[in-house]
Design a protein around this ligand. Structure first.
Ligand code: NAD
Ligand code: UGA
Length: 316
């Protein structure tokens, strides 16, 4: 799997090795030099079935990593909507598109039967507020979302070649939260503000809504995508808890027993007012439904944030 030192990837690797699967995890962040990568990978250290490789998919040899692989989980990428407008855009293109092409070429060459790729709810763009269905016309509103759409479509194009030995499932994750969430993300920041009393920056009026998806639900859908025989194409992974940022602030505040001081700033370009997943296809094809509601998910998120190493307590 790729992106193993990241938020979602490290949880996925942990669930897989716990189930007895042998996992080769690849990530360009070196746990020897990057404290968040080290903390994310710490729970995997005791599993002999986990092998970690620090390598950049933009240039590393990929074929040897895929020998006899039953599936590839491709979670490596540059996430985050807002920074994608800046100079970092070339990094988004390199990791989300060019590196994905190298991985795909290798997966096909090595005859890997299934590739599961992390796509994003952001490909839908600004919707009318109703649930997004996989067949809706994508209208990305940020450079990040454009690269995620290119990434998933590149994967699907490879799988559609008549000789391709690799089927592809592109999972459109909807705002994933839970322990070890990236420190740039809102739920993490709201919980941190509630725990520490630091102010919280709020971009816009807080009425924007997200289909918050708990990490364990996300991992369950991702594993199902690798094993469900009929699964292929695009599948939404979301629909657990649709809530506004103000509601998230309210939950964080009540869990910690402390009011959160808000510093309101202007809305950020590319942020959409609402994401909302139609979960029907995931249920039909993967037999998957989200299990964890926002209140319980945030409680678990907060408990680990309070107990976790200081590394997660520094907001990005
Ligand atoms: P993350 O940043 O925590 O993890 C991504 C990992 O990929 C990082 O550890 C990074 O070092 C690695 N990586 C990036 N480029 C690489 C390269 N060229 N070679 C090797 N490793 C590389 O992010 P995350 O939140 O865990 O997201 C994982 C994936 O899911 C991303 O593709 C993201 O776009 C997608 N996604 C995330 C969310 C979410 O809510 N977190 C929602 C939708 C989609
Ligand atoms: C998240 C991830 O960051 C993306 O990588 C992912 O692709 C996307 O979900 C997805 O679902 O596809 P986003 O929904 O923007 O993107 O999630 P957050 O970064 O947590 O932001 C949610 C909202 O909170 C946005 O409106 C943002 O402007 C706001 N926000 C964020 C703040 O008000 N303050 C902050 O400090 C951070």
């Amino acid at each position: 799997m790729t992106g193993a030192a990241g938020f979602i990837g490290s949880h996925l690797a942990h669930a897989l090795v716990q189930a007895g699967t042998v996992v080769i995890g690849v990530d360009r962040r070196d746990p020897g030099a990057d404290p968040i990568a080290a903390a994310n990978l710490a729970p995997l250290r005791s599993f002999p079935g986990y092998l970690h490789v620090t390598a950049d998919l933009i240039g590393c040899a990929i074929d040897p990593l895929l020998i006899d692989a039953d599936a590839v989980f491709h979670l490596a990428g540059i996430p985050g909507v807002r920074p994608s407008w800046g100079a970092q855009f070339s990094d988004y293109v390199a990791s989300n598109i060019l590196a994905t092409k190298r991985l795909l070429d290798s997966a096909v060459r090595m005859r890997v039967p299934r590739l599961v790729v992390a796509s994003s709810s952001s490909v839908y763009g600004a919707t009318d507020g109703g649930p997004s269905v996989e067949t809706d016309h994508p209208r990305p509103t940020s450079p990040y979302a454009v690269t995620k759409l290119a990434e998933e479509q590149l994967c699907l194009a490879h799988a559609a070649q008549s000789h391709s030995p690799t089927t592809v499932v592109a999972l459109r994750y909807f705002t994933v939260y839970g322990p070890r969430q990236r420190t740039d993300m809102f739920a993490h920041r709201a919980l941190l503000a509630a725990l520490t009393g630091q102010p919280l920056r709020l971009y816009g009026d807080g009425h924007q809504r997200r289909d918050f998806t708990y990490i364990d639900d996300t991992v369950a859908a991702t594993i199902a995508a690798a094993t469900a025989p009929e699964a292929h194409g695009v599948i939404n992974v979301g629909g657990g808890s649709n809530a506004s940022l103000l509601e998230v602030i309210g939950i964080a505040s009540s869990l910690a027993g402390r009011d959160i001081e808000l510093h309101q700033e202007s809305p950020r370009h590319g942020d959409v007012p609402i994401t909302c997943a139609h979960p029907g296809h995931a249920h039909e094809v993967l037999g998957w439904k989200p299990q964890v509601d926002l209140h319980n998910g945030m409680r678990a998120h907060m408990q680990t944030l309070a107990a976790e190493p200081a590394v997660y307590s520094r907001a990005a």
